[in-house]
Design a protein around this ligand. Structure first.
Ligand code: PLP
Length: 397
């Protein structure tokens, strides 16, 4: 006998994985170059050369037993100090090493934070469009998953809808900026308004409502857009960071949780996150990677290839008539389906071997997502197909 909810999660592939697998099968039949696969958010820029050199340096300079041994459960102190210093340099945030928990990427970090806050009847609010894994993360921790509909077409926050979703049981609002799938960045004025609303609501309900800031795309922004550091605007923010996208290291599983010392119940909160990580068997992140990160905190990605792809795709799609969210960050375009249904559009596109993810699982069934971590050639050769799809879909409306 197995747990049926876990069985369902394991047996049913996500829509993104389904498309990705379909693409691989088609590629075997018609050739990889003839599949225009915009499905999966796997970085297409290699990790900076300095990361690879640092691995070699760490291995040659440090004692093997130490490099490959267990670190403290919350992460190596040197690594936490280096991350704290970097955050303080950039955001004057007053981060201490003891406010950081080094984790195995944003996904397990989010689960630990959610589990730490999952008291009886706890509700967690996501703002559409949202990363689909939030739902199983929340529900597997016993929490109730609530969604605030998307604020279209600007993709900031619909405050009236959020205000009516907040309740005495709300424990946290999960924020993701730069956003997957929309590529949008929440502006400072949006975040200030959010901070005011949550401060007032926390006062009314008599307990803090936290923001969980999921930030794997923090450094992936274009055109000089800045990503405000949310804890500086709302101290009851817990940051879940990851190097998966910013340093193109998604398979290495490394990131951190930051609990600001000004956050309400800081010590209990931090301890509960450590406890949740312990209960989930998620402690002592890869030791070699902790040492590498400690020496690479100042590295930033070279976004030239993403920037070029973003411009090319955005300009092309716009010229055909597609409407899109403002793509300020991450590596996604979120496009309105010209026929009104992203699922139907995705099926139509599949017939031309163009793989796009319908927004249903992101909470926006009228939009589809394009991940532009692809080759330039893929974009150039698929643009005429998008033009054709636009005309066909428009007629089907
Ligand atoms: N959060 C968002 C919004 C993501 O897009 C992803 C991965 O795509 C994650 C979290 C998980 O990232 P990680 O690889 O660090 O677990």
């Amino acid at each position: 006998m197995v747990n049926t909810s876990m069985y369902d999660l394991g047996a049913k592939r996500s829509c993104i994985r389904e498309l990705f697998e379909y693409g691989r099968q088609r590629a075997a039949l018609v050739g990889k170059e003839n599949i225009f696969d915009y499905s999966l958010g796997n970085p297409s820029i290699p990790a900076p050369a300095q990361v690879n050199q640092t691995i070699i340096d760490v291995l040659s300079e440090m004692d093997s037993l130490q490099v490959h041994g267990y670190t403290s459960a919350t992460g190596d102190f040197t690594a936490r100090s280096a991350i704290a210093q970097d955050l303080n340099r950039r955001f004057s945030a007053g981060v201490r090493p003891e406010d950081l928990f080094i984790g195995c990427g944003a996904a397990p970090e989010l689960v630990s934070v959610i589990r730490a806050l999952a008291v009886e009847n706890a509700e967690f609010i996501s703002i559409a469009p949202y990363f689909p894994e939030y739902k199983p993360f929340v529900e597997s921790c016993g929490g109730i998953f609530r969604v605030v509909p998307a604020d279209v077409p600007g993709f900031q926050i619909d405050f009236a809808a959020l205000a009516s979703t907040l309740s005495k049981n709300t424990q946290a609002v999960i924020l993701n900026s730069p956003n997957n799938p929309a590529g949008t960045v929440y502006r400072e004025e949006t975040l200030k308004k959010l901070a005011d609303l949550l401060t007032e609501k926390s006062r009314q309900v008599g307990h803090p409502i936290y923001i969980i800031a999921d930030e794997p795309y923090r450094e992936l922004v274009y055109d000089g857009v800045t990503v405000p550091f949310v804890p500086n605007l709302y101290p009851n923010t817990i940051v879940c960071y990851s190097y998966s996208k910013s340093l193109s290291l998604p398979g290495e599983r490394i990131g951190y949780v930051y609990v600001p010392q000004q956050a309400a119940d800081h010590d209990a909160l931090y301890a509960a996150i450590c406890g949740a990580a312990r209960a989930g068997g998620h402690v002592c992140a890869p030791s070699l990677w902790q040492q590498v990160i400690a020496r690479c905190t100042e590295l930033r990605p070279n976004l030239a290839a993403y920037e070029e792809n973003r411009q090319l795709l955005w300009q092309g799609l716009k010229s055909f008539g597609y409407e899109m969210a403002q793509p300020d960050g991450a590596f996604y375009l979120f496009v309105k389906a010209p026929n009104g249904s992203a699922k139907a559009f995705s099926d139509l596109a599949k017939q031309l071997d163009v793989l796009v993810v319908p927004g249903d699982d992101f909470g926006c069934p009228e939009y589809f997502r394009l991940c532009y971590c692809v080759s330039r050639d893929c974009i150039v050769r698929s643009l005429p197909l998008f033009e054709k799809l636009y005309e066909t879909a428009k007629k089907a409306r």
